[in-house]
Design a protein. Structure first.
Length: 146
């Protein structure tokens, strides 16, 4: 995939993710907070399962025999984002949720790149990255300020 297509796809999914907390919070009025989180994640599992069967390689799941504990982070993170964001959207609003999630993700991701966590691409902590972090943090403060 080209870099341009990757940017467009990621921006589109970012927009979709911004709608996740209010949609899940609306569902929670019918089924409760944990019920809404469960339904949301069940839909996610169903969609990914279908994609795995149709365009993926389900045979690669045999690699689960080499499962390491740190692989749990991905699933735990997904559950945490869904659960926390549908609860905190009420006091913080959608903009506040997204700003805080992005700020937290950016801080940790810069460190993950610096220390090549999970074999990611190495990127040093540079002036530009620190400036970017500070701008995102400043934007987060402005968006979440009551």
């Amino acid at each position: 995939m080209s870099r341009g297509i990757a940017v467009i796809c990621t921006l589109a999914v970012g927009g979709l993710v911004a709608l996740q907390p209010p949609a899940n919070a609306a569902l929670s009025k019918q089924v409760g907070d944990l019920g809404a989180a469960f339904v949301s994640l069940a839909i996610s599992i169903s969609v990914i399962g279908l994609l795995l069967l149709v365009i993926g390689q389900p045979g690669h799941l045999k690699g689960l025999s080499h499962f390491r504990l740190e692989y749990l982070i991905g699933g735990l993170a997904g559950a945490a984002v869904v659960s926390i964001s549908l609860i905190t959207v009420r006091p913080l609003g959608v903009g506040g949720i997204v700003a805080l999630l992005v700020a937290g993700q950016l801080v940790v991701s810069v460190l993950a790149d610096r220390f090549k966590l999970f074999g990611t691409h190495y990127a040093p902590i540079s002036f530009g990255r620190v400036a970017g972090l500070l701008l995102v943090i400043a934007g987060t403060v402005l968006v979440t300020k009551t």
